[in-house]
Ligand binder design. Structure first.
Ligand code: SF4
Ligand code: ZN
Ligand code: ZN
Length: 320
């Protein structure tokens, strides 16, 4: 008789993974099954993706995007899926091999991937954009340029391809951080826009969904590892320059979760339920105004959108 601990779910195989938020020890198969089921439960709960939907998957090449691709390709008609990979242009971070890896995994699952870059759309790599910004001593984090431009590029492709949804691989840790940041900033509109059922404020925005929003980051790491996906492990060199608020919130939430497993899950569940009750008040808002420069939607109180504002301050003209 060996001292093998059996899986708390199937009771048959050896338990290898401890899941702190449920207190269970699971075998590989049951752990992978659990991540998949919780993802699908979240998709169904909010009607994120209908069977007939064509979906654009944003694939960064990291572990989260691998999990998104893997689960979507298994549960949705792969011919209705298309991947989009955007090379930011960060020295030492974007490596051809990583992009090639995600393309290979996708094609094995019957999903085509489109490759593009920030440079292709803006005329400059992220490194060049950051250098210009630093030369002018602008206090804008590289992540702000990176995130804003990627979001715009994803939406542009979604419109060109005529897909019904764009799916990003944000996980529970990302979403909990964003929720807390919106609360700390006292920004209810942003908090509401984070909700899966938030009304779309412009016809020019393709509906965005985040199927992994209730899956912990350690779980996407473990899932990738168990499935043999060797994801990108080099860190972006701007990670230290992440906006201070997010970095701080991230650190605190990490400690909280360590002491009280399940905290992040309970937090996002509660925010979801509270926001859901107020959603009706935000229906029937007028269409967002168009940016004076590019014509894309901008906030109610701005004439120029965030993309145009960021780029014009560093003297870059983009066709986006
Ligand atoms: Fe972009 Fe910031 Fe992520 Fe680097 S850390 S890839 S700059 S969002
Ligand atoms: Zn099991
Ligand atoms: Zn604009």
């Amino acid at each position: 008789m060996t001292g093998m601990v059996l899986c708390d779910s199937c009771g048959k195989r050896e338990a290898e993974i401890y899941q702190p938020h449920t207190g269970r020890r699971l075998c590989r198969q049951c752990f992978i099954g659990d991540v998949k089921e919780r993802t699908l439960a979240e998709v169904r709960r909010y009607g994120m993706i209908r069977p007939s939907d064509r979906v654009l998957l944003a694939l960064s090449g990291g572990k989260d995007s691998f999990v998104l691709l893997d689960i979507m390709a298994e549960t949705h008609d792969p011919s209705k899926l298309v991947g989009l990979s955007i090379e930011e242009g960060i020295a030492g971070y974007n490596r051809r091999e990583d992009m090639e890896k995600i393309r290979k995994y996708a094609s094995e699952r019957g999903v085509d991937v489109i490759f593009t870059s920030i440079r292709e759309h803006v005329g400059h790599s992220l490194d060049e954009i950051v250098a210009r910004s630093q030369a002018q001593r602008l206090n804008v984090s590289p992540c702000t340029y990176c995130g804003t431009l990627r979001r715009r590029i994803i939406n542009q492709y979604a419109k060109i391809l005529g897909v019904d949804r764009t799916a990003t691989a944000h996980n529970l840790d990302d979403e909990a951080q964003t929720a807390i940041m919106n609360i700390l900033r006292g920004d209810p509109v942003r908090l509401i826009r984070q909700h899966p059922l938030a009304p779309r404020l412009s016809r020019r925005f393709v509906q965005r969904v985040k199927p992994l929003r209730k899956i912990y980051e350690w779980e996407t790491t473990m899932y990738s590892y168990l499935k043999g996906f060797r994801f990108q492990e080099t860190e972006c060199r701007y990670i230290e320059m992440r906006p201070t608020l997010r970095a701080k919130v991230r650190e605190h939430l990490y400690k909280l979760e360590e002491k009280h497993p399940g905290s992040l899950l309970r937090l996002l569940e509660l925010v979801d339920r509270l926001v859901e009750k107020t959603l009706d008040r935000y229906r029937g808002l007028p269409e967002l105004p168009a940016c004076r420069v590019c014509g894309e939607p901008t906030s109610y109180n701005r004439g120029v959108c965030k993309v145009c504002e960021l780029l014009s301050r560093i003297g870059v003209l983009a066709d986006l």
